[in-house]
Ligand binder design. Structure first.
Ligand code: SIN
Length: 486
C-alpha cells in the first residue's frame, strides 16, 4: 500500500534497540482496518530481543541520569519540532493503520507532541524539599531521582499519543524506556522512534519492540532491571500485569478501562450538549477510554433531547474510509471489536432496549458499525455495564440528581464523567460526588497535556500529563545530614 509520504523513511519496520533498526525473520502484517489491505510487515521481538532492549536501556540509564535537566530537554524539544515538521506523514501512517479519520489523526499527532514539549519544560522544575529539623545537629532534605528503566505498554486506539505521554515524562525525568506497542498499530510508534533518533536522543534511551504480548510482557514484568511499568489498556490485562509486577515489586501506573456517564440535566443548553456528546461519544468511532459509555438524560427533557440527538447523528455523522473527504467516523479496529459491539447491542435489545438509529454492521464492510443510539436502556443492561468501545450511545432516563449520581457511580471503574448543567450549585455538588478521576462540565473533550489524566477504582492508578505526570517516574530520597554542631 503506497501512503505517498513526503518522507518514506518514516515507515520503519524493524525493532528499535540501542539506536539500531534490527530486522527479524518472524514478522507480522499491519493491515488497514478500512480496507483490510496489508500496509507492510514488521519484525517481531523474541524474549532475547526484549532482554537486549532492557540491557540497552539499563546501560543508557547510567549516563542519561547524570545529564542535567536542561540538557535532557534539548533533544526532547528537537523531537517535538521534528514531529510537528512531519505532522502530515505521521497522520497518514496513523490513519492507515488505526482507521481514525485524517483530521483526528492530525489532532492526535499534535496532542502527542504536546506531551513532549510539556515534559521537556517540566523536567527543569523537578524540585526537592528541605524539612525543619527535629534537633539542631541535623538537616533534613528530600531529593527526587529517576526511577530507572521503565517498560511502557501502549494500546492501538492512540498509537502516537499514549506512547509520548509515557516516554516524554520518563525520559525528561532521566529514565530510559523499553516500549511494547500494540501489534495492530506499530508503525506510528516506529516512526516516532526514527524521529527520536534524528533528534539526537542518545542510543538506548528509547527502545521499541513489537510482537507477541505473551512473550514480551512477561519478559518485561519479570525483569528486576525494569523498575517501573506504565500501561494503558484494558482493566483485564492491567490486573494480569499488576500480578506479574508483584514478583519484583515494581512501581506501576495503569490507565485502564472506563464506563463514562454523560449526564444531561433539564437546565442544560441542549445544543451545546449535543455538540459535546457527539465529540465525547463518537470520536475515534467510540474507541477511547474516556468516551461516553452511558447517556443519562433527565426525564422531563427526554423526548426533546433524544429527537435532537437522532437528528444530529443522522445528519452530521458519516462513516467511511478515514482518508475520504467528508467522513467523520472510520472503521473499528477489527472484526472482533465489531462483534463485541454487535453482541452488546443484541443482548441489551433482548432485555428491552430499542434502536433509535443505526444498530447494525454497515454495508461498507465487516469493520464498520453504524453510529447508533439506543433508547429504553436501564443501568443494569450489558450496554451500560460493560465498556462499549464503539459508536453506540445508550440513553437512560432519571428523575433526580441523587438518583443519577447513584447510577453514575454504580460501576467498578471511574475514569471520566461528563455532565451538562447551568446551575452553579449543582455544578459543584455533582463534580464532587462523581467517583471519577476526570470530570468534564459542559465540555465533551477534556484531555490535554497540562491536565492530569487518570482514573479511580478499577480504572487504574497514577496520573499522566500535567505537573503531576513526572511523579510516576521519580523516586523520592530522604537525606538526613547529622553530626552538625549547632
Ligand atoms: C484513551 O483512550 O486512553 C486516551 C484518550 C485521551 O487521551 O483522550
Amino acid at each position: 500500500m503506497d501512503l505517498q509520504l513526503n518522507d518514506p523513511s518514516l515507515l520503519q519496520t524493524g525493532l528499535f534497540i540501542n539506536g539500531q533498526w534490527l530486522d527479524r525473520e518472524i514478522t507480522l502484517d499491519v493491515t488497514d482496518p478500512a480496507t483490510g489491505k496489508v500496509i507492510t510487515s514488521v519484525a517481531t521481538a523474541s524474549a532475547e530481543d526484549t532482554e537486549q532492549a532492557i540491557t540497552a536501556a539499563s546501560v543508557a540509564f547510567d549516563s542519561w541520569k547524570m545529564v542535567t535537566a536542561k540538557e535532557r530537554a534539548a533533544p526532547l524539544q528537537r523531537w517535538f519540532k521534528l514531529i510537528m515538521e512531519n505532522h502530515d506523514d505521521l497522520a497518514k501512517i496513523l490513519t492507515a493503520e488505526q482507521g481514525k479519520i485524517l483530521a483526528e489523526a492530525k489532532g492526535e499527532i499534535a496532542y502527542g507532541a504536546n506531551y513532549i514539549e510539556w515534559f521537556a519544560e517540566e523536567a527543569k522544575r523537578i524540585y526537592g524539599d528541605t524539612i525543619p529539623q527535629p534537633s539542631n545537629d541535623r538537616r533534613l532534605l528530600c531529593i527526587k531521582q529517576p526511577i530507572g528503566v521503565v517498560a511502557c505498554i501502549t494500546p492501538w486506539n492512540f498509537p502516537n499519543a499514549m506512547l509520548t505521554r509515557k516516554i516524554a515524562p520518563a525520559v525528561a525525568a532521566g529514565c530510559t524506556v523499553v516500549c511494547k506497542t500494540a501489534s495492530e498499530t506499530p508503525l506510528s510508534a516506529l516512526a516516532l522512534a526514527e524521529l527520536a533518533k534524528r533528534a539526537g536522543i542518545p542510543d538506548g534511551v528509547i527502545n521499541m519492540v513489537v510482537g507477541k504480548a505473551s512473550i514480551i510482557g512477561p519478559t518485561l514484568t519479570a525483569s528486576p532491571t525494569v523498575r517501573k511499568l506504565s500501561f494503558t489498556g484494558s482493566t483485564e490485562v492491567g490486573k494480569i500485569l499488576l500480578k506479574e509486577c508483584a514478583g519484583t515489586v515494581k512501581k506501576v501506573s495503569m490507565e485502564l478501562g472506563g464506563n463514562a456517564p454523560f449526564i444531561i440535566f433539564d437546565d442544560a443548553d441542549l445544543d451545546a450538549t449535543i455538540d459535546g456528546l457527539l465529540a465525547s461519544k463518537y470520536r475515534n468511532s467510540g474507541q477511547t477510554c474516556v468516551c461516553t459509555n452511558r447517556v443519562f438524560v433527565q426525564k422531563s427533557i427526554e423526548k426533546e433531547f433524544s429527537a435532537k440527538l437522532v437528528e444530529a447523528v443522522e445528519s452530521r455523522l458519516s462513516i467511511g474510509n478515514g482518508f475520504a473527504e467528508g467522513v467523520t467516523n472510520g472503521p473499528l479496529i477489527n472484526k472482533g471489536a465489531v462483534s463485541t459491539v454487535v453482541d452488546l447491542v443484541e443482548r441489551s435489545v433482548a432485555q428491552g432496549a430499542c434502536i433509535l438509529t443505526g444498530g447494525s454492521v454497515s454495508e461498507l464492510g465487516e469493520n464498520y458499525y453504524q453510529p447508533t443510539i439506543l433508547g429504553n436502556v436501564t443501568n443494569d443492561m450489558p450496554i451500560a455495564q460493560e465498556e462499549i468501545f464503539g459508536p453506540v450511545a445508550p440513553l437512560i432516563t432519571f428523575e433526580t440528581e441523587e438518583e443519577v449520581i447513584d447510577m453514575a457511580n454504580d460501576t467498578n471503574v471511574g475514569l471520566a464523567a461528563y455532565f451538562y448543567s447551568r446551575d452553579i450549585g449543582r455544578v459543584w455538588r455533582v463534580s464532587e460526588q462523581l467517583e471519577y478521576g476526570i470530570v468534564g462540565i459542559n465540555e465533551g473533550i477534556i484531555s490535554n497535556e497540562m491536565a492530569p489524566f487518570g482514573g479511580v477504582k478499577e480504572s487504574g492508578m497514577g496520573r499522566e500529563g500535567s505537573k503531576y505526570g513526572l511523579d510516576d517516574y521519580l523516586e523520592m530520597k530522604y537525606i538526613c545530614m547529622g553530626g552538625l554542631d549547632s
